[in-house]
Design a protein around this ligand. Sequence first.
Ligand code: AMP
Length: 511
Amino acid sequence: MNGQTPAIGIDLGTTFSAIAKLDPSGAVMTLVNAEGDRTTPSVALFEGGQAIVGKEALKAISTEANSIALCAKRDMGSKVFHQAIENKQYPPEVIEAFILNKLRNDAAAQVGYVSKVVITVPAYFDEVRRKATQDAGYMAGFEVLDIINEPTAAALAFGYQHGLLGKNSAPENILVYDLGGGTFDVTIMRVCGSEFTTLATDGDVQLGGFDWDNRLVDFIADKFVSEFYADPREDICARGKLWRECEDAKRTLSLRQKASITCDYQGLSKRYEVTRDEFIQMTQDLLDRTRFTTVQTLNAAGLQWSDITRVLLVGGSSRMPMVREMLRQVTGQEPDTSAAADEAVAMGAAIHAGNILALSAGNPPSFQIRNVNSHSLGVIGMDPATRLPRVGVLIPRNTKLPARIRRKFKTQKNNQRSLLVQIVEGESSSPDNCTFIGCCKIPNFPPNLPAGTEVHVIFQYSPDGRLKVEVQIPEANTEISQEFTRENNLSKTLLDGWRQYISNEPPTDYQ
Ligand code: AMP
């Protein structure tokens, strides 16, 4: 551990974010924000191009919903946030950068200047979303040391707090069930001494507590419509107010059998009661989706339930009693809730940051993380039979990282001067059902190469799940510095501009 630079970890959540630090003494703790809370709502209220982030922004949802960005993490990887704010289209990573900048400033007030951080991402995030998260960190003025998967961070925090790191204790196969505000991840990890190895991971980046909230919103709004013929969902502020009521009621239903929700719209007001059983019924399919994924992940890891030594619950939504009950039934064991559901991920990220800083200071690492890729990597080619575009998988999902594969292409004609490789992630053979990561336009081939000259393209996943591409033409003894053009990412010029604007930090040689 480096005594000078605090080791900082950030859980950039869909609905709440947290920042933690690892002390030189080895104590790990989440830092309180300027409002005195350990978690910060991931909500930004825009006023004249500047953002107010957190609790204050959330309060404005019933009056200024058009100026508020909610759940921007769900849009990561897209070009722009799904809703214009103050008539401006923001890239989602820019909104995330404003949120990160608030965390940075609040942390700095306690620990001094903060620069180097580890940020967490859902294990199921694809390459494009991972890069967007790193870019958000850069624009917020950070140097992002690494991105780490949320369940890995949670397992690290668990191992650290239970003194498992570096001990010769019996190996554990931990299933991490992480249901947050907007994403769901399930990961099976083997923890053996100081090695944390991901065996399999799966999830859904469009499933989280927010979906449970929305079921309640629809349930109440439908009742209101049938009584008053007026739909609060049609007005963005009325909907925002109802959503807050419902999110609150959802938390109550984790503790009690019933909760009440007030719906106000067009001068009309009505208080409704919802029971836990009704709530369970209206959200059963959502829970079933997580059950299905959990079972699939166990199969992908090649394990039986009897091999799982611990079921670790993380993410605020794992507090819902039906989640615990479902996991009891499926796994046959009592889920472990000892990890602080909202804080464990940030803590794990800080522990990982401490490990990286220790390494860079020449100290031995306290643990090692071995990861897998959560999506298959492929290139788009032509199916010789149908002559339709088809995905050829290069690196199947759940392959141990780092992974490197060389693919040979051939030039089609004499004196061909370039090649275009289209790269996707996903499990379908149809390109339309995969995520387009980008194009590798390989220009500047040496002149006069005959048709059929081999071009080697080397795809490499680094341990953080990020992709690098290299190109070689062995016959011409040439290595070409390729251009990997990403689909929806911001240019370096834009990143630098936003970094200056949001965080007032100068550009660096970040790529
Ligand atoms: P996270 O992203 O892990 O902070 O999780 C946030 C999500 O957890 C939000 O959807 C919250 O509404 C939800 N949540 C937090 N506490 C509870 C609770 N006691 N019962 C049900 N959901 C909760």
